[in-house]
Design a protein around this ligand. Structure first.
Ligand SMILES: *Cc1c(COP(=O)(O)O)cnc(C)c1O
Length: 413
């Protein structure tokens, strides 16, 4: 296995810990160490690990077999549930990963408009397919961010910085692209929030320039609130991609939106999309069970816990006189090792990534599993408690004390 792992971010220095089991907010390694988990599978597990409702639903499903290659009623149930909560999704297609969802949404946008050029946000992550693997900071000519991606495959991908409506307007006017794909709250360089009117303006300028707007809500969908970022910020995209939470911890992706666009997808239309595991019964079942547990009260509690953690963290850093930036929203949080607020990818790049790595390593010794990279987001789940948060703040105090050789008594935290 290259790097010893199945996905690059898991290659924690000097070597990753192997997990034996997990439940609620806790994860156990094969040596018997236990951690409070804020990685949470990188996003799907908003209920925490091994939630009994999901376990029960999946167990019942397994008794009936688990892969039929035919439509099943659970597809309708999940589709209707998604349509109720995200009314912009008039028609949708189930696929197996977020990567497939964004790849297919982009293909649908290109197929529908007959245009090739697409625009993405610098540092925005939309999975691991060719068209979106573009290096940041390359203005005129796009450069691949991965070996093996032909220049041909990305020559139609343009980028603009997040929170910069003028740069976007400019590119839309000049290039007349098929679509803009954007994470409404950036989650893959750490959490970066849209400024007050940014998303409303994004909608306005995309509409004015006949560019389809794709919200990549693979992280934010059913996380920020039931209706995702499009509900929270009251902006209606043409297409939406979902994943992570909607599969309840099993592989899933969804792309959907305006009926006239989605009707272009095969077999209704000529935009090809297919998959052996698309609409997998176990993923659908786990997704439905997960969404059924989530309610207003749950979101209120879990987002409140996020507020508490960020507030306590800010207070702690102030007391220790450490100048770093705490960012997040709802259940998302991260410390950027930079003094300025992070508004886009270039800001994020000013962070001291080595300091973050050390902090994350010290935190693991304190029994806390944080996302191992500065450019990832930490996730709180419904299984986390106030006590978990308090314990975590104490751990941060100890970790920062070690990181900066501080001569303070952290016992009081
Ligand atoms: C995780 C993620 C993806 C890719 O999803 P996979 O299931 O890992 O393929 C796409 N977009 C965003 C915003 C993501 O966070």
């Amino acid at each position: 296995m290259p790097g010893g792992v199945s996905s690059p971010v898991r290659a924690i220095d000097p070597y990753p810990f192997y997990v034996h089991k997990a439940s609620d907010s806790r994860i156990w390694d094969v040596d018997g160490n236990v951690y409070i988990d804020y990685c949470m599978g990188y996003g799907p597990l908003i209920l925490g690990h091994a939630h009994p409702a999901v376990q029960e639903a999946v167990t019942q499903r397994l008794k009936l077999g688990w892969d039929y290659g035919t439509p099943i009623e659970a597809e309708i149930a999940l589709a209707e549930r998604i349509q109720k909560d995200l009314p912009s999704i008039e028609m949708l297609r189930f696929v197996s990963t977020g990567t497939e969802a964004t790849m297919s949404a982009i293909r649908a946008a290109r197929g529908f408009t007959g245009k090739d050029i697409i625009v993405k946000i610098e540092g925005g992550y939309h999975g691991a397919h060719d068209a979106v693997l573009v290096k940041a900071g390359s203005a005129a000519i796009s450069t691949a961010s991965s070996l093996g991606v032909p220049a041909e495959a990305i020559k139609n991908t343009l980028q603009v910085p997040f929170n910069d409506i003028e740069a976007l307007s400019d590119v839309l006017e000049k290039a007349e692209p098929a679509c803009l794909i954007i994470e409404p709250v950036m989650g893959n360089i750490g959490p970066v929030l849209p400024e007050t009117t940014y998303l409303t303006e994004v909608r306005k300028v995309t509409e004015e320039n006949d560019t389809l707007l794709i919200f990549d809500e693979v992280i934010t969908g059913f996380r920020l609130c039931t209706g995702g970022a499009q509900c929270l910020y009251n902006v209606t995209p043409d297409l939406t991609t979902l994943g992570k939470i909607v599969g309840g911890g099993f592989p899933i992706g969804i792309f959907g939106g305006k009926k006239e666009i989605m009707e272009c997808v095969a077999p209704s239309g000529g935009v090809f999309n297919a998959g052996t595991f698309s609409g997998h019964p176990v993923s659908l079942t786990a997704g439905i069970a997960t969404l059924n547990v989530l309610n207003e009260e749950g979101y209120k509690r879990v987002n409140g816990l996020g507020d508490l953690l960020r507030r306590m963290l800010v207070d702690l850093l102030e007391e220790l006189d450490i100048r770093v930036t705490v960012q997040g929203i709802g259940t998302l949080f991260q410390i950027f090792f930079t003094e300025k607020p992070v508004k886009n990818y270039q800001d994020a790049l000013t962070s001291d990534v080595d300091a973050y790595k050390k902090l994350a390593a010290f935190m693991r010794e304190e029994g806390i599993f944080l996302a191992p990279s500065q450019f990832e987001t930490n996730f709180i789940s419904l299984a986390h408690s106030n006590e978990d948060v308090e314990y975590t703040i104490r751990a941060y105090a100890n970790a920062f004390k070690r990181l900066y050789n501080l001569d303070v008594d952290t016992a009081g935290y």
